[in-house]
Structure formats: C-alpha cells, structure tokens
Write a protein that binds this ligand. Structure first.
Ligand code: EPZ
Length: 419
C-alpha cells in the first residue's frame, strides 16, 4: 500500500482547479439507471469511489463507458441482475444508492447492508422504512436488503434524522412512483439539489430540493439526458484550509462559493482574508498565525461534518484554544489521536474536542483511518517540522483527485511512495 511523504514548513501559494463532487457523482451515477435512454454525465471526478460505483453498475449489466471528453455514458437498458454484493458494498457504503433506482425501475433489488465504517454505525433504517412506507416488500436476510415492489406508491414521509443518502434514495425512488411523494425533514445539501436537477433533466417532477420539504410527482418513465456534476465543496474547503494553515495564499477555481458559506465564515474568524468571485474563492493568511475557532458540525447549511477534521488540524497550530463539537457521527475524532503523536495538545470529552494550539507540530509516521481524517493529516504534515509519512492513503484516493499533484502545484513538498 502506498504512503504519502510530506515535508512541512512552506506556505502554500497558487491556485488549483476543483474537481466534480464525489457526493453528487455517486447518487447521479446510480440515478442514471432510472432513465430508459442513455445518460451522459460530465465533470465526474476520477476517484476510487467513482470507479467502485461504475464497477457495481457494470456488474449488474449496466453499460458504462467513458467518452473522448471524459464524460461517463450510462445505459441501463441491458440490466441483467438487480444485485449489489457484500464484497462491493463493504468497500463503499454509498453503494446503498442503487437501492431506490433498482426498486423503482425494475421492481426488485437485493443490496447488501453496508455495515458500519470507521466513523460510525451508519445505519440505513431510514432508507428501508421510507421504501416500505412507499409499498415495498422488504426483508432483511443474511445481511442483505431484499426489496420487491410492483410499483411504489407516493406517500408523505417524515424522516427521523436528516440523512443525505436517505433523502437521495427516497427521492430517486419517488420519481417513478404512482402519485405524489412528500419528503419532510429532507437533507438540504447542494449534492441533493444537484441530484434533483439531474433527475429533472431526465423528466422527473421535483420541487423543493434544497429545502427540508421535497415534493415529487411520480411519472411513468424517465428519458436520457446530458448533465454536468457540480464542484466538490469539500475538496475546495480542504485546499482553502491548506492555504490558511500554512500561512499562504490559495485560490480554488471552478468552485461554488455559495456552497461554502459556513466554512468561509470560520476561515474569516480564524483571521484569513477571504475573496470570492462567481466560480473562485481565495484565502490569504500570509504572515499570520490562525486564530483558534469553535466549530459545531450539523446538516447543511450549517458547518459540514466533512470539514471537521480539516479545521481540527487548523486549531492544532492556532493561537488560543478552540473546541470542535461533532454532532453527526459518533466516532469522527480518530485523526486527533494521530495529531497528538505530532505534538498537538488535544483533550477529548465525548463528542467535543478541546484543542490548544501549539506553535509547531513535529513530523511523525501516522495512519489514515477515513477519508477526511486522511486529508487532515496531510494538512498537519504541511505545517509539521520534518517529514511526515501517512500510511493507508487508499482512504485519500477515495475522495481527492490527484491530491499530491494539486498540493505540489501549490508549492507543497509531497510525494507518493510505495510502502
Ligand atoms: C453522506 O453520508 C456523505 N456521503 C458523507 O460524506 C457525509 O459525511 C454525510 O452525508 C453527512 O453530511 C455521501 O453523500 C456519499 P447521513 P450519509 O445518512 O448519507 C444517521 C465523505 O467524507 N442515519 O447523512 O451516509 C447516520 O448514522 C462522506 O464524503 C440513520 O440513523 O450520511 C448519521 O448519524 C463521509 N439512519 C446521520 O444520520 C439512516 O437510515 C447522518 O448520516 C441514515 C442515516
């Protein structure tokens, strides 16, 4: 397994182009199965999770090809089996997103339960309960969700917890249901809106995406379309924090500032000068040490849990004491245990981390545990004295396209070495 070697101490300067959003590409690829014609999806990032989803679709008989403009062409006309096996689902929980489309389009789906992951139990009970309320016959047997439905019925759903993929699965299922479906307490993430816009381009009738109440009028069938995925706000936020933590100046291009309001406010609170245009954002922290900030994660538009680890790294070298409260997942502080080994002063109290900034971290061999934790260890390595080695970086490759090239283009001393 490869590892990353990072020599810290250099302020980052320059600009990077942000790739398409992983967390929009995955539901959109799954949702393409709903169309009776071919679908072309552009700006899909080249990531391990996307490769896994494409592999899962291909295994079911869906034709997936990459065209000369790197667009992904999907045609579900030849689906041979509605089956998502454990050996694929266990490597990527987002495989659960094929459940709604398969059930709505083909009337059946056998999908492995994803099981937990490093950051939490991550149940899918809300996905299952919503489909059952829509009339699906669902049995959980031998670790699989076995779902059958002649045709789903439109109903009013009130989701117990705000769930991004739960909202997405149920919204996709509702597009072909008989009648109107209302999803109350829906997730409002930009990726949910992007998926809704994609489904609308296929002929779906959806209103309210981006609010906590989404209304879908079921239609008989959906047609093919061409669609371009929105920029990855978490990738953009990660590079902006890299500029702040190293005391440099970083601009992210092909980004969407309005999707990062909560994050940009926190960067300003940390002392950064934040500039923005229609499709770019710039953070300038030259000559300054970040100020410690307090963060509490919550569903969009509040501060995103996927940016929590990155800001924890920022607090580790900030001036003052900052608190991080993680309210979405029950075990998303593992990166802090690794940062302690780099000299960070961190106290953990349940879902709260109290971090007292130190003037310098010191390099150490560390281990990535999950996608965003890995990114935060890269950020810590960028400011640590010496050369940090990060193991198990397959976690990073799941969500960050060409990470070492992009960081190197900003002046980072970073390279990938075989373990
Ligand atoms: C999505 O995961 C993202 N993944 C995650 O990004 C992100 O951290 C998360 O939303 C929160 O924003 C994708 O979009 C592919 P949830 P998801 O369902 O949908 C509970 C990354 O780094 N819950 O919104 O799986 C759950 O336990 C990844 O890119 C239930 O109880 O998260 C959690 O506490 C990590 N029952 C809360 O809801 C359910 O049926 C939010 O989880 C579903 C969820």
């Amino acid at each position: 397994m490869d590892k990353l070697q990072i020599t810290g101490g250099r302020p980052l300067e320059g600009e990077v182009r942000i790739s398409g959003a992983k967390n929009a590409s995955l539901p959109i690829l799954a949702g393409a199965m709903l169309a009776e014609g071919p679908v072309t999806i552009s700006n899909v990032p080249h990531l391990q999770d996307v490769t896994t989803m494409i592999g899962l679709l291909g295994r079911m008989g869906v034709s997936v090809t990459i065209n000369e403009r790197m667009g992904v062409e999907v045609d579900a006309g030849g689906v041979t089996e509605c089956f998502a096996p454990y050996d694929m689902v266990k490597t990527m929980r987002a495989s659960i997103l094929v459940l709604g489309p398969l059930l709505a389009r083909f009337g059946k789906a056998d999908v492995s339960l994803p099981g937990g992951c490093a950051i939490g139990a991550r149940p899918v009970n809300i996905h299952v309960a919503g489909l059952q309320a829509m009339g699906a016959d669902i049995r959980i047997e031998n670790g699989y969700i076995k779902a059958r439905a002649e045709r789903l019925k439109g109903v009013r759903l009130v989701l117990d917890t705000v769930t991004v993929t739960g909202t997405e699965n149920l919204m996709m299922a509702a597009t072909l249901a008989d009648g109107e479906t209302v999803i109350e307490n829906a997730a409002r993430e930009p990726e949910v809106v992007d998926l809704a816009n994609f489904l609308i381009a296929m002929g779906a009738k959806i209103q309210g995406a981006g609010t906590d109440r989404i209304v879908i009028q079921g239609v008989k069938s959906l047609h093919g379309c061409e669609y371009t995925v929105l920029p990855d706000r978490i990738e953009a936020g990660t590079y902006l924090v890299a500029g702040a933590i190293t005391g440099g100046i970083v601009r992210v291009k092909s980004a969407c500032p309005s999707h990062l309001d909560a994050v940009l406010l926190k960067l300003q609170a940390a002392g950064a000068t934040v500039g923005q245009g229609d499709d770019w954002i710039e953070v300038d922290m030259r000559g300054r040490r970040p100020l410690a900030i307090d963060v509490r994660t919550a569903p969009y538009p509040a501060f995103p849990t996927d940016m929590q680890a990155q800001f924890a790294a920022l607090n580790c070298v900030a001036d003052g004491v900052g608190t991080i409260i993680e309210t979405v997942f029950e075990n998303r502080f593992m990166h802090l245990l690794e940062m302690r080994r780099m000299g960070a002063e961190i106290r953990l109290e349940g879902n709260t981390a109290i971090i007292k900034g130190v003037s310098r971290l010191t390099a150490a061999p560390v281990m990535a545990t999950d996608l965003r934790a890995s990114a935060s260890l890269v950020l810590a390595g960028l400011v640590a004295e010496g050369r940090t080695e990060i193991e198990r970086i397959y976690h990073i490759d799941r969500g960050y396209e060409s990470i070492e090239e992009k960081f190197a283009s900003l002046g980072a001393q970073i390279r990938r070495v075989p373990n």
